[in-house]
Design a protein around this ligand. Structure first.
Ligand SMILES: [Zn+2]
Length: 225
């Protein structure tokens, strides 16, 4: 936030907590009750989900957004969670737009070092929402894999990104360079202009090499903006 918030062209919006009815589109009541047992955790997880909703709504209205939110969400399934995730921020945000009839199809790129199993599970009954978790081990092949997929998708009303910066070369994924985050941002921007009037948003997932996390997020945003 220190780095993103000083960029002259970016405006910072404070999120509101997600209403429970929005969370319940993605999660079972029992899961929500379990998280609720820790009030501090519950409140911050709702705020994070609210940030994802705001990002999706602002993107739908035409302004690209990056949600700098924690806790992350892509390992949160309808009835369980792991890996520092509690509520599936991405699923909650997209299902809100979908329930309001704003979108039908969507494309999610999840470039975290870990597969977003929670997002896959939450959205399993929505075949019109496509998800790519690239698997290539080599950074050039990884970018090419994304490029190739973007070239053949259609029926997309919004592009959504689970931006996990643990795929960074100095983080536990040991793969991507800072410039690759910029490249992915740019590819997604181009695809969104071609497919869905530029509608695009990204939300923060993993990323544990804190020294460079802000710089990497900024590089992504500079490609994505
Ligand atoms: Zn991760």
């Amino acid at each position: 936030m220190d780095l993103l918030s000083i960029q002259r062209d970016y405006s910072v919006i404070k999120p509101k907590a997600a209403p429970i009815e929005d969370v319940l589109r993605a999660h079972m009541e029992g899961h929500v009750s379990r998280i609720r047992q820790d009030d501090k955790l519950f409140q911050i997880a709702l705020l994070s989900a609210g940030g994802a909703i705001s990002a999706a709504e602002i993107a739908f209205d035409g302004e690209p957004t990056f949600a700098c939110i924690r806790p992350p969400g892509h390992h949160a399934s309808p009835a369980s969670c792991w890996g520092f995730c509690y509520f599936n921020n991405m699923g909650i945000a997209l299902l809100k737009l979908s329930s309001e009839g704003k979108i039908k199809g969507a494309f999610i790129l999840d470039f975290d070092a870990h597969t977003g199993d929670g997002t896959i599970n939450v959205l399993s009954e929505y075949p019109e929402i496509k998800i790519l978790n690239p698997f290539s081990c080599d950074r050039k092949a990884y970018i090419a894999e994304i490029e190739e997929r973007l070239a053949r998708i259609d029926g997309v009303d919004i592009i959504a990104v689970s931006a996990g910066f643990d795929s960074y070369e100095k983080d536990l994924g040991k793969k991507l360079k800072r410039f690759d985050f910029y490249l992915m941002g740019r590819l997604l921007k181009k695809a969104s202009k071609r497919l869905c009037n530029g509608r695009r948003f990204a939300i923060l997932e993993g990323g544990y090499y804190l020294k460079d996390l802000g710089k990497n997020a900024l590089a992504f945003c500079q490609g994505f903006e």
